[in-house]
Design a protein around this ligand. Structure first.
Ligand code: PRP
Ligand code: URA
Length: 209
């Protein structure tokens, strides 16, 4: 069974409260999502392997640790996942980027795929899939399914707010995918929005609606 890691650092909780606030407009919302994504990426990359390299300080030679040539990829689920991309890339600027386009049909609540472009060497990469909202889990589960068709080395899922229903669905369909979230909320309302959540992440990022 995959692990669920709640990243509840005080800075993240503070910024997430501002993100949830309905009076926060798109500019500030985007900036805050970007900042939280950077802070979360710090934790998501905690298990990166290190290797010793020899360098010379101004004083003497020595062996020191650096990240061991691990190939990473970041895959935002469009469109709201794009809001977290730059924040993650600030910490891992050499990661390659893939995109998966999905939207949730408002009637059926089922995810509809419209785009999938991943790095050609995805089979050698460990991927971080980013999407701010894990509600029913349908979008994340489908996105991960499409990505798995290209055989990446591993996948982690990073979101801002998760509903217990979404966590359960991803864990059931993808027991190999660890989930990193800044909050686990109460559940879903009749329209499958997360309660209390933050509303529609894509609309709040981009000022649509
Ligand atoms: C949102 C969000 C997730 C999905 C979560 O995207 O960014 O992808 O809903 O819901 P689920 O867990 O029930 O599938 P949305 O479908 O609104 O598309 P958008 O990002 O293009 O606005
Ligand atoms: N998608 C969103 O943007 N917000 C929710 O609460 C659920 C799905």
């Amino acid at each position: 069974m995959s692990k669920v890691k709640l990243i509840d650092h005080p800075l993240i909780q503070h910024k997430l409260t501002l993100i949830r606030d309905k009076n926060t407009g798109p500019k500030e919302f985007r900036e805050l999502v970007d900042e939280v994504a950077t802070l979360m990426a710090y934790e998501v990359t905690r298990d990166l392997p290190l290797e010793e390299v020899e360098i010379e300080t101004p004083i003497q030679k020595g062996k020191f640790k650096m990240i061991a040539g691990k190939k990473l990829g970041v895959v935002p689920i469009l469109r709201a996942g794009l809001g977290m991309l730059d924040g993650v890339l600030k910490l891992i600027p050499t990661a390659k980027v893939g995109h998966v386009g999905l939207y949730r049909d408002p009637e059926t609540l089922e995810p509809v795929e419209y785009y999938c472009k991943l790095p050609t060497d995805v089979a050698e990469r460990d991927l971080i899939v980013v999407d701010p909202m894990l509600a029913t889990g349908g979008s994340a589960a489908a996105g991960i399914r499409f990505i798995k068709e290209r055989n990446p080395r591993s996948i982690k899922l990073m979101c801002l707010i998760a509903a217990p229903e979404g966590i359960e669905r991803v864990q059931q369909e993808h027991p190999d995918v660890d989930i990193f979230t800044a909050a686990i909320d109460e559940g879903l309302n009749d329209h499958a929005y997360i309660v209390p959540g933050l509303g529609d992440a894509g609309d709040r990022l981009y000022g649509t609606k």
